[in-house]
Design a protein around this ligand. Structure first.
Ligand SMILES: [Zn+2]
Length: 363
């Protein structure tokens, strides 16, 4: 059996670093294997397979892709070191990915839930507000334990972002999602949508650009992580420009949030909110951008926090394997420690998925 000897260090958790590890078959072990057959030594810092917390497989700017393109998207993510994807909504049923050993592990949120004219066309299951609790439960049963709500979007009559759902509907929907054994996350750009989501028991927040200090304190107290998607927030200037003539209040708000984006992420961190890393790939952003997103986040918060948020911390939150004895060998090896040099995430020496070296370095 082929064996990889990882000479380490191996970053297991916030306070656990191992000197070396071995990949035997599809498993990781910290005990030196007895037989000394076909051993390949791979030097470098080992990190649990990266996690993209906000990635859309099977979606592009026009809506659902065909399955072949979804496979290409997931492969590009994999080759950048992303070995676990929490899908943040897809119009394509991507459950076939589960059967593909060569593709990253995928935790699907089934279809996004939005209202007609209150989100991008062809993306979401568009429903009337009163149907939210029923539909949220239905999507909870179709996904892999996650539901994705669009909580706010531009309201063209108001000329600004407004919430899509009342607090009562959110509470009812969250109760149904939780009763079905699932969790829910929500797209939010605005301030107005956040309080009712937190009150309703939302499990995670996407973007979160409108969060106030009070929201941050509440999210920290409730253990609700935020996925800041800085590459997406960088598009806010473009959204503002496109809407400026008709919707000046919206445009001004989007510009303000864009200007404060790094300060905002630092405020979240200082408030004690868990920050996880997500690219928002699939709509307009390309796949494979996790190293770029992590580099952006490291402009706002310490790099070791970004590395944790892109790997073991996200895995624990999702209930996925970390690099413990006997776990699936899903890991990435880098020539230097990304906690000291975040840019090294762009140049993995080896990407190992289910024990197979799938990408990285010279092969
Ligand atoms: Zn998204």
């Amino acid at each position: 059996m082929a064996v990889l000897h990882l000479t380490g260090p191996v970053l297991v958790d916030d306070d656990r670093v191992e000197d070396h590890a071995w990949v035997v078959g599809d498993r990781i072990t910290f005990e030196r294997p007895r037989h000394s057959g076909n051993v390949t030594t791979v030097p470098g810092t080992v990190v649990p397979g990266l996690v993209d917390m906000h990635c859309h497989v099977g979606l592009d700017s026009g809506g659902a892709t065909d399955p072949d393109l979804a496979v290409k998207q997931a492969t590009v993510d994999r080759d950048a070191g992303t070995l676990l994807i929490r899908d943040a909504g897809s119009p394509l049923d991507t459950s076939f990915v589960h059967a593909r050993d060569d593709l990253p592990r995928l935790i699907r949120a089934a279809r996004f839930i939005a209202r007609p004219k209150r989100y991008l066309r062809h993306y979401a299951r568009e429903i009337e507000p009163a149907d939210l609790p029923d539909v949220a439960e239905d999507e909870a049963r179709k996904g892999d334990g996650w539901v994705k709500l669009i909580a706010d979007w531009i309201d063209r009559d108001e000329g600004d972002l407004t919430p899509l759902w009342t607090p009562e509907l959110l509470r009812a929907a969250m109760a149904r999602v939780h009763a079905a054994g699932a969790r829910a996350t929500a797209h939010t750009f605005s301030t107005e949508a956040v309080g009712p989501l937190l009150e309703a028991g939302i499990d995670c927040l996407e973007h979160g650009t409108g969060m106030t200090a009070e929201h941050m304190a509440q999210a920290a107290a409730q253990g609700v992580p935020v996925v800041p998607t800085l590459l997406q927030v960088d598009n806010f200037v473009g959204f503002a420009d496109a809407g400026a003539a008709k919707f000046p209040r919206y445009a001004a708000r989007m510009r303000r949030m864009h200007e404060r984006r790094y300060d905002h992420v630092r405020d979240l961190y200082e408030a004690g909110v868990t920050l996880l890393v997500g690219t928002d790939a699939g709509g307009t952003l390309g796949h494979g951008l996790l190293p770029q997103e992590a580099t952006q986040m490291a402009r706002a918060i310490p790099a070791p926090e970004v590395v944790a948020g892109a790997s073991w911390r996200a895995r624990r939150f999702l209930g996925a394997d970390t690099l413990t004895e006997g776990a699936s060998a899903d890991l990435v090896v880098y020539p230097r420690d990304p906690r000291a040099d975040i840019g090294v995430l762009h140049e993995p020496t080896a990407v190992v998925l289910r024990g197979a070296r799938v990408a990285g370095g010279a092969g």
